[in-house]
Ligand binder design. Sequence first.
Ligand code: TNX
Length: 527
Amino acid sequence: MKNIITLIIAALSLAISTHVVAAGPHIIPQPSYMEMASEGTFIINEDTKIVVYDDAWDAAEVFALDMQQYFGSKRPLRCAKRGNGIKVRTDKFVAEEGYELNIQPHEIFITGGSEAGIFYGLQTLRQLVVAYNGVIPCGYIADEPTFAYRGVHFDVSRHFFSVEDVKRYIDILAAHKVNRLHWHLTDDQGWRIEIKAYPELTAKGSMRKETLVGHGLRPEKWDGTPHGGYYTQEEVRDIVAYAAKRSMTIIPEIEMPGHAQAALHALPWLGCNDQIVDVWTTWGVTPEVMCAGKESTYEFLERVLAEVIELFPSELIHIGGDECPKDRWVECEHCQAKIKAEGLESEEELQGYLVARIERFINSKGRKMIGWDEILDGGVTPTATVMSWRGTEGGIYAAERGNDVVMTPMKLCYFNFYQTESREGEGLQIGGHIPFEMVYTWDPYAGFSEEARKHVIGVQCNMWTEYLKDMATVEKMLLPRLAAMAEVQWSANRRDEATIRERMESMRKFYEACGWNCAPYYFDGRK
Ligand code: TNX
């Protein structure tokens, strides 16, 4: 209510002072309310300051850096405690992550519901700065997100990406008002995070001998080139802090009990038969998984998670849980003994047992567990958060039961899929077909009852990197589809198919100004 009143007052004051024009500038994701004046501008010059009233220095400093990148040294924006310019403050009457942006001839006011709100207000302002080259029309914008969880995932196991690359990825996400980076740190093809208790994980598990060529030729061929890399704990802390400055939480994912062959290579006792395996050089689903019978596996997982929890302040901790073949467990005396001792019915229930036990550990550290939707198969606890990827059914089922869910169905959210039908110029990718329009028109609530909708905490797109070897390609897969996803996440209820094409032309210029690699297909009318 308070918000509406502020809106009306602001709209009225604009209407009185100036003639109001309907067509606003192009901001993506679409703000809740936008009204631009037909005259008056705020000009960013060498004296413009960002005046910080509350503790929102991080947001202000990031904006100053963005401006430095755009203007060069010509117009250095400084953050200050007083003075004139862009004034930022928080106000508890504004929605938690929302903001109001009021642009007047000599001052800009940004009021955020939190520092995150200020950050998003500044990101909107950044798009205006680029669109109008620093001469910003007066106006008023009020904005807040639809979903609290706005995620993008990044697989750094299949291919390793440097600290600089990850920061660049975070920059792109932050400009789209994304607030969760789901960081896929471990998989069959490489273990990427230093764990002090088990140095072998990175010493041995972060490097594979070579990589499968293409989708697997006949006969199969490998490239003969070793590939690897990992992040030290110091680097992880640096990246977590970098994201936090941009109001972004990093959710770490440690895959268990499947997708763990790199860990098994480093520590063979993690498997059922202590067999020596390679860090995998092929894509897909391997039968080599962690033993769920031996107590040593649980001790390992808890020690790893304890270090991970120390490094990542995120409330949610991702434990993977997907695609775990049970062949080894069927033949394993430890797994069979555990099934018997715990009165379980099947290997599927053994996975359920492992996941529930790990969840108790995570909870004991004051955190919450999230896993891929296979965690539903072995009987899920009421407190786990479920990431629905195989389709929407898992998410719907979980939400009906009262579990929180994040929707990321493969057919709509896998940004490693092709963007066009013809695939021309796209290079070799894993498969699939997700053009921009498909993302843009997706209703993440489809199939949910009114009651179950309350449990949909958010939406996410995923970047699996089997076929993505460098940042330029990753960016081309991300952009422009992330803009469509951002509107689903931030402004689901105000998406506008009639104007999106025109607005995307502005966004394309914005990407250019930022130096990000955006795919041309959508703009060329190719689907
Ligand atoms: C499925 S989504 C996987 C990943 C692959 C991806 C390729 C999920 C939980 N598992 O391991 O990289 O497909 O698109």
